[in-house]
Write a protein that binds this ligand. Structure first.
Ligand code: UTP
Length: 304
């Protein structure tokens, strides 16, 4: 495989969606700011980008961008208060988010779809391959997916998507990939992509999840891509054109992800994520697990 030092340094994080599945919580707050235990979902995503060596982060924001910007900025008043109280532990946690990466922001204006959000990154990204991390999709840090994807991109060129094998009944909820083996474990060649296929029309049960490493040729393709499924400009449609014609921006490969992923844009998955991560925390876990076990054994029976 390739050297661990990746030349990909820019990460784009789309966070301008309306978050309708989470209304009314997301009426005035981006869904990416919803807390997962005690830090907003988006901070896990930025931490993942920086762990993979991507220290230049462009966030695509929407109408409620203030909380996102504020979270990754310094808060001198709060820091001073914590310093005066001698609360060093909270002080360092507050400072941590403002020291993670070099943050940039661009507004999407109208949320016309993920493809349109990615296109907003074109002037910032320039001519280098770059990563896209969806702001509501969390990958467990113990299962480093992005590092693997950047290595595959360096080896093969072109673009790389992350694939998760899902139940065939779930495929209609995702972009779905037609794939061919490459001979390399966990890496496939993507020959086609369909956004949220109708039952019976899915080319496989490999779902595209929210991590991409893209060739900058994607911007030209997105400019020519009209509204697709749901009337939105779909990143999947642009990637389909690139998978079909490697002459555009090189081949499209898929890295098959077998690790832990949490979709915090979905209410059920959001709740499961919090319970799971809280149980695993060293500080909160012991008390929380004891409570949860009692709750499940005793209280739940009264709810049935
Ligand atoms: P989703 O489809 O999950 O986001 O997009 P959404 O539209 O906000 O969700 P619901 O269905 O209404 O609840 C995946 C990611 O792409 C971003 C979202 O913020 C999310 O992180 N996105 C989506 C944009 O930045 N702009 C868009 O126009 C659409």
């Amino acid at each position: 495989m390739t050297s661990p030092r990746s030349r990909i340094s820019k990460a784009v994080i789309p966070a301008a969606g309306l978050g309708t599945r989470f209304l009314p919580a997301t009426k005035a707050t981006p869904k990416e700011m919803l807390p997962v235990v005690d830090q907003p979902a988006i901070q896990y995503v930025v931490e993942e980008a920086t762990s993979a060596g991507l220290t230049d982060v462009l966030m695509i924001t929407g109408r409620n961008k203030r909380p996102l910007e504020d979270h990754f900025d310094r808060n001198y008043e709060l820091e001073e208060t914590l310093r005066r109280k001698g609360d060093e532990s909270r002080l360092s946690r507050v400072q941590q988010s403002s020291e993670l990466a070099t943050m940039h922001y661009v507004r999407q204006g109208d949320p016309k779809g993920l493809g349109h959000a990615v296109l907003c990154a074109a002037p910032h990204v320039g001519e280098q391959p770059f990563a896209v991390l969806l702001g509501d999709d969390l990958i467990d840090p113990r299962d480093p997916l992005l590092t693997r994807m950047t290595a595959v991109q360096e080896q093969h060129g072109g673009s790389v998507v992350a694939l998760l094998e899902v139940d065939p009944e779930q495929v209609h909820l995702y972009g779905c990939a037609a794939v061919e083996p490459t001979g390399e474990d966990g890496v496939v060649r993507v020959t086609g992509l369909v956004e949220k296929p109708e039952p019976g029309e899915a080319p496989s049960n490999f779902a595209v999840i929210g991590r991409y490493v893209l060739d900058p040729a994607v911007f030209g393709v997105l400019r020519r891509t009209g509204p697709g499924r749901g009337g939105e400009i779909q990143l999947t449609d642009a990637l389909q054109s690139m998978a079909e014609d490697p002459g555009i921006g090189g081949p499209v490969h898929g890295v098959i992800f077998r690790g832990r992923r949490y979709d915090t844009g979905d209410r059920g998955d959001y709740l499961r994520t919090i319970v799971r991560l809280a149980c695993e925390r060293e500080d909160l876990g012991p008390d929380f697990r004891a409570w949860l076990s009692t709750y499940v054994n005793e209280e739940m029976r009264t709810l049935d």
